[in-house]
Design a protein around this ligand. Structure first.
Ligand code: VGL
Ligand code: ZN
Length: 197
């Protein structure tokens, strides 16, 4: 069984959004088309409480895109984005979200960020997606979405480590590319056994 995992195609990651990824909206038609070929479609939704610890605004003296040390490791500080219930946190209006059988929300714990669809950034707190996929008999994953070098990257690496066969469709992803993060993400995904297509 094969699932399409659609990562964070939300207004805030699209042009005009709070953490806009260049051409983030350009992938929507291709993602919708791919949904029709999958046995199951899962969407992820970045879903932060106001004042989340990954927001630069929650750390006096730090600007967005600064890197700080959190108890669980290094953390990029982001502009406020994907606040629960906001328009920015909603899926892109053209995304065929009705096709999804499961929506995984992540990043809702105030003190910890979550890039991966499987684990929070401490790499140990699970989201429950692993159990959902396994109990449905799903063993192959195709990943698409935003952003290639953060949430897609961490989700793909975790999925491969958990034993799924993972393909990332790079043509249906777009990157933030912060200080070489896209090249680093590609290398990490390849090293984890992820197929980049
Ligand atoms: C993401 C930064 C912060 C992503 C989420 O979806 O890649 N990036 N929150
Ligand atoms: Zn976020």
């Amino acid at each position: 069984m094969h699932a399409l995992i659609v990562i964070d195609i939300q207004n805030d990651f699209c042009p005009g959004g709070a953490l806009a990824v260049a051409e983030g909206d350009a992938i929507v038609p291709g993602v919708n088309a791919l949904m029709r070929e999958a046995d199951a479609v899962v969407l992820t939704q970045d879903w932060h409480p106001a004042g989340h610890s990954s927001f630069a605004s929650a750390h006096a003296g730090h600007a967005p895109m600064a890197l700080i040390e959190m108890p669980y490791g290094p953390q990029v500080l982001w502009p406020d984005h994907c606040v629960q219930g906001s328009r920015g946190a909603a899926f892109h209006p053209d995304l065929d979200a009705d096709r999804a059988e499961m929506i995984v929300r992540k990043g809702f714990r105030p003190a910890i960020d979550s890039y991966s669809a499987f684990f929070e950034n401490d790499h140990t707190t699970p989201t429950g997606l692993d159990g959902y996929l396994r109990t449905r008999g799903i063993d192959r994953l195709t990943m698409v979405g935003l952003a290639t070098d953060f949430c897609v990257h961490y989700s793909a690496v975790d999925a491969a480590r958990l034993g799924f066969a993972v393909t990332v469709r790079e043509d249906l992803c777009r990157a933030i590319d912060l200080d070489g993060s896209l090249d680093a993400a590609r290398a990490a995904m390849r090293a984890a056994g992820v197929t980049l297509a």
